[in-house]
Design a protein around this ligand. Sequence first.
Ligand SMILES: O=C(O)CCC(=O)C(=O)O
Ligand SMILES: [Fe+2]
Length: 256
Amino acid sequence: MFGFLFQKKLLSKDEVEQLIDEAERIWDGERAQPGYKVDERGSHRSKFFIESNPSLHWLVEDDRIYGTAAQIIGSDLLFTGSEGVVSGYGQAPWHPDRRTLWPGILGYGCVKAMIYLDETTADRGALRVIPGSHRNPMHEGLYQMLRWAPEGDDMHSMGETENPAEMPYGLSGDQMPAFIAESEPGDVLFFNQWLFHAAYNAWPGRRYVAAKFAQPPKNETHLKFHHMYNWVIFDQHKAFAEHKSERIRKMARQVE
Ligand SMILES: O=C(O)CCC(=O)C(=O)O
Ligand SMILES: [Fe+2]
């Protein structure tokens, strides 16, 4: 309905402490690798964060995460990737993760579960969402907030001008009406990836782990969508494709 579900205290204190320890151990290991680099915004982004670390696999098959995602988009969902991020930026401007590049694609079910490992508040890096912005007319109505990259690159970015008069609605990004998901470790925010979201007042070192899921593609447009955004469903990580858990094998079944 609103495009997101914020589950407070979904993970217990012990579970989240363990998750933080594991994540820190993994990030430390990566920092020690030759050639370790942060991205252009100073973020440490781990690829295949959950898939390549067996100690984190429970996250995607746990009833509280898989089950919630399955209630939102259906139990035949596919795994579409994970992230382990130590963000380096102060703000993530408004954007939807997915855009209507082809007619009929809006509404294709894709959901991201975000677990922030630090306490976040409105004044300190909490994710904000615009309820209902996963649907039209609001979804495309908000595209005027995106500043399109010149050469048709898909990267989204909102004007980060300090001057509200130059902003599409005369409001600076942090003043846009929104639900602010102030999070404590253990809370999980599920959001529809068509939903507009942003983070303001963040700080270098803010950490999150995310898992993504989508409905199985049913037509050519859905397949194009996966080609465009990420190839995970066509090339699932071996650790998941061959997992001992039937639930994980099923969500990582290969799609042609
Ligand atoms: O930095 C954040 O909290 C927002 C990240 C984001 O936009 C995303 O994970 O899709
Ligand atoms: Fe995003």
